[in-house]
Design a protein around this ligand. Structure first.
Ligand code: UDP
Length: 197
């Protein structure tokens, strides 16, 4: 895919539909490495200008999507437009829809306990062929992380949904990329709160 440079970050010019197809392909044709999807919002883009650790995480991601209307607007002003916004929340919902056709498994990491429980309930009801194989609220301590990572790895979900806020989710996925045993992982901001209603 060709890309549009947004403050020095090459963002692929791809639609929601093609993003879902890309992730579908990654899940179907099992890759050796976890595929990290970053939904790029203005905050992350700005932080990347001075935060070299975050910039490295973004550079190593498998795919970037244009979250944030500002990102799409900048691409248009520069005459190299991104086709449309692909927000974390919309993308998650599209993936759950695709997942019902493919019987995908998901693990929900993040949000508070009530939200996490409710999100699992809603997903199970609305997307019956998607299995929520596990979940963990997002207010754990660092000492709990080995247990959480081991649990996710044992369940080997198709998609690891990380609702820890940005850029915490991005750093977390990057840190454990090689041990999570998930096919795809994606930071989704407050999407579980949206799904839980
Ligand atoms: N969150 C979490 N643990 C934390 C901080 C935040 O699980 O330590 C959750 C929070 O409950 C919410 C989600 O992360 O469900 C996104 O939070 P926020 O809207 O602040 O992040 P953003 O949308 O800016 O990425």
């Amino acid at each position: 895919h060709s890309s549009s440079q947004i403050m020095g970050i090459p963002v692929p010019k791809i639609t929601m539909q093609n993003t879902v197809d890309l992730i579908d392909q990654v899940i179907t044709v099992k890759q050796a490495e976890l595929f990290h999807v970053v939904t790029l919002n203005p905050e992350i883009t700005m932080s990347c200008q001075h935060d070299t650790r975050l910039r490295a995480v973004i550079d190593e991601a498998g795919h970037l999507t244009a979250d944030g209307a500002g990102i799409v607007m900048v691409s248009r002003l520069k005459g190299n437009p991104l086709p449309e916004r692909v927000t974390g929340c919309d993308l998650l919902i599209h993936l759950l829809e695709r997942g019902t056709q493919r019987n995908w498994s998901v693990y929900l990491l993040g949000a508070d306990e009530r939200t996490s429980e409710k999100a699992q309930e809603v997903i199970s009801k609305k997307y019956p062929n998607v299995s929520v194989v596990g979940r963990q609220h997002g207010f754990f301590e660092q000492k709990d992380e080995p247990r959480i990572v081991a649990e996710i790895a044992a369940l080997s979900p198709d998609i690891l949904v990380v609702a820890l806020g940005a850029p915490k989710a991005e750093f977390w996925i990057h840190k454990y990329k090689n041990t999570l045993n998930a096919k795809v992982a994606m930071g989704v901001g407050g999407s579980l709160d949206v799904i839980a209603g």
